[in-house]
Design a protein around this ligand. Structure first.
Ligand code: SER
Length: 316
């Protein structure tokens, strides 16, 4: 049985990945950490929880030794829009935590999962059917840290023989924890406002297509890529994973099928718009499908049914 350490357990992905991993591998085998205790009881009481700044390599080492950890899920990251407000801290956080994980992997042989993102691509990248291996010249500090992180992880794989893997996540949509300052956040907020106010003001323009993914598929991707047979992996850091691509009009129309008087207006945020325009419209995830059997469950239609049902209960 695996012994897993999750960094960033209070975040958008971490808050759902921890229970998912505890269900899969047993509650005692998944140690959750975050820099603060600001997580629900499911995280802090559903299994081991430790307050820890993942930039503190010595503390991480202690936890890895104490709990005999063999796999780290590194979900600490400052997202694209937030990192633009403090590029130095964005870089220091995203790279510093990854460096700590890779060093622990080198010294103790643990496996490491670190997500990359659609944000690792840039305006020179082919936008439609974005290939697995292509031009990556991002124009955000978040993207720069993600490309550097992919290269660094693959460097450790080649140079030291560690096991590091990852996926390039699209914008992730979920109803449990809000994302913290990303460019794709509108696709989460739109569901909240549809239930609360029956109207939403989008900070991205009509026609801005981006890859998106529902959280259950994001969790599945994280576990499946780490469980994949290493002999079959040609790529490691990181795999394109896709499941749906839409613009604000398309998601609004999907919501209208359930809330007919829902209206969409626009109040474009120029910084977020520029970032979104530099990211792919839709990625080609053939490598993930061929090398480890990636196959998402949700599309826009099925995600919308589930999001609205779950949020109606949550926001009552
Ligand atoms: N959701 C992220 C962001 O918008 C992209 O990975 O920053």
């Amino acid at each position: 049985m695996k012994k897993i350490l999750v960094l960033g357990a209070a975040g958008q992905i971490g808050s759902e990945l921890v229970p998912y991993l505890r269900n899969t591998y047993g509650a005692d085998n998944v140690v959750a950490t975050d820099v603060h205790r600001n997580c629900g009881p499911e995280i802090t009481e559903g299994g081991p929880f430790i307050t820890c700044d993942a930039l503190d390599g010595a503390k991480l080492n202690e936890i890895v030794d104490k709990y005999k950890i063999d796999t780290i899920y590194n979900l600490v990251a400052m997202l694209s829009a937030k990192a633009e407000a403090d590029p130095k801290f964005g870089w220091d956080l995203n790279m510093g935590v990854l460096f700590n994980c890779l060093e622990i992997a080198r010294e103790k042989g643990v496996a490491v999962f670190t997500p990359s993102s659609i944000g690792a691509f840039g305006p020179e990248t082919p936008m439609d059917g974005t290939p697995q291996d292509t031009i990556m010249r991002p124009k955000t500090i978040y993207g720069v840290s993600k490309v550097a992180g992919e290269l660094l992880a693959d460097y450790y794989v080649k140079r030291f023989g560690i096991d590091a893997r990852g996926v390039r996540y699209p914008g992730i949509i979920s109803y449990v924890t809000l994302p913290g300052g990303g460019t794709t956040d509108y696709a989460v907020e739109i569901y909240y406002d549809a239930i609360k106010k029956k109207t939403y003001s989008s900070n991205l323009k009509a026609g801005t297509f981006l890859d998106m993914m529902y959280m259950p598929d994001a969790l599945k991707a994280a576990v499946e890529v780490m469980e994949a047979d290493p002999a079959k992996l040609i790529h490691r850091n990181c795999f394109n994973v896709a499941s749906m691509s839409f613009d604000p009009e398309i998601i609004a129309n999907e919501i209208k099928k359930h809330i007919p008087d829902f209206t969409l207006t626009y109040d474009v945020n120029p910084m977020k718009q520029a970032i979104a325009e530099s990211w792919p419209n839709s990625m080609d995830d053939t490598a993930a499908r061929e090398e480890w059997g990636w196959n998402p469950t949700y599309n826009l239609e099925t995600m919308t049914v589930d999001m609205l049902a779950k949020l109606k209960v949550k926001l009552k």
